[in-house]
Design a protein around this ligand. Structure first.
Ligand SMILES: *[C@@H]1O[C@H](CO)[C@@H](O)[C@H](O)[C@H]1NC(C)=O
Ligand SMILES: *[C@@H]1O[C@H](CO)[C@@H](O)[C@H](O)[C@H]1NC(C)=O
Ligand SMILES: CC(=O)N[C@H]1CO[C@H](CO)[C@@H](O)[C@@H]1O
Length: 221
């Protein structure tokens, strides 16, 4: 799979206003100045998806709000469900054979930065299956300077050049959203900026809310 977009720094706003990203909804949290994230975690329930439109639900640590480099993992629906881990722009590893995914499963993703890369643990809590991938940082990435923690519902173009589309996902809620920074502090999720999936002519395909404990993304449009 390919995560083909970026978050422009111009998109960053406080939690009061939603920023518009072409294909992701959810939230991004900035590390305090001079600090960076050591880990991020989040739990969600896999929605009942069908049809030909694709969707991924994932948790990550990015180098900046521009997200040139992102260590993360989660699930993808592309006619069938799979699980994956990646340090983008490096190639994603398909982890489905270790952690299969089904509608209704409760999935926890934990991402940890390490000296030369990081680990992504995907756990199917419903059946107590988990797998940890250790992933080397791609060229140019600095795993000790990951300053954005993210929880995403990502849409894709089915036909390149066309508007993104999503299957009907209802509401995806990330719960137990936690972060730790290198200096050992925890940044409240309530400080996260919200993002929405927007079509090029302004249609909104999501409505994101951030609370004290989590992020909820409801499909609209
Ligand atoms: C979904 O599957 C199709 C066909 O195998 C593939 O071309 C496409 O890249 C996949 N999309 C994602 C987001 O992985
Ligand atoms: C999932 O949705 C399909 C319709 O798209 C429905 O037929 C099926 O019963 C649903 N499954 C569950 C477990 O809710
Ligand atoms: C990986 C794995 O064991 N997946 C399971 C997660 O839990 C659900 C519900 O028990 C199972 O249906 C999956 O097979």
């Amino acid at each position: 799979m390919r995560i083909s977009t970026f978050l422009s720094s111009a998109c960053w706003v406080s939690s009061v206003l939603a920023a518009f990203d072409l294909n992701r909804a959810g939230a991004a949290l900035k590390a305090p100045a001079g600090d960076s994230f050591a880990s991020v975690s989040g739990t969600f329930t896999v929605p009942n998806l069908s049809g030909t439109n694709r969707l991924s639900i994932w948790v990550g640590l990015g180098d900046s709000l521009e997200q040139t480099y992102v260590l993360g993992g989660g699930i993808l629906f592309n006619r069938t469900y799979s699980s994956w881990a990646a340090f983008f722009p490096g190639q994603a590893t398909d982890t489905t054979s270790q952690v299969p995914v089904a509608n209704g499963n409760q999935i926890t993703v934990t991402v940890t930065a390490q000296a030369s890369g990081g680990t992504v643990t995907i756990e199917n809590k419903t059946q107590n299956r988990r797998a940890t991938q250790t992933i080397a940082a791609p060229a140019g990435a600095d795993p000790s300077a990951l300053t954005a923690a993210d929880w995403w519902v990502q849409a894709y173009q089915v036909v390149p050049g066309e508007l993104v589309k999503t299957p009907s996902y209802g509401t995806v809620s990330f719960t137990s959203c936690t972060t730790t920074t290198k200096s050992g502090t925890s940044v409240p999720i309530s400080n996260a900026g919200r993002y929405e999936i927007q079509g090029t002519s302004g249609q909104m395909y999501s409505s994101t809310t951030v609370s004290g404990t989590g992020v909820s993304v409801r499909r609209t449009g």
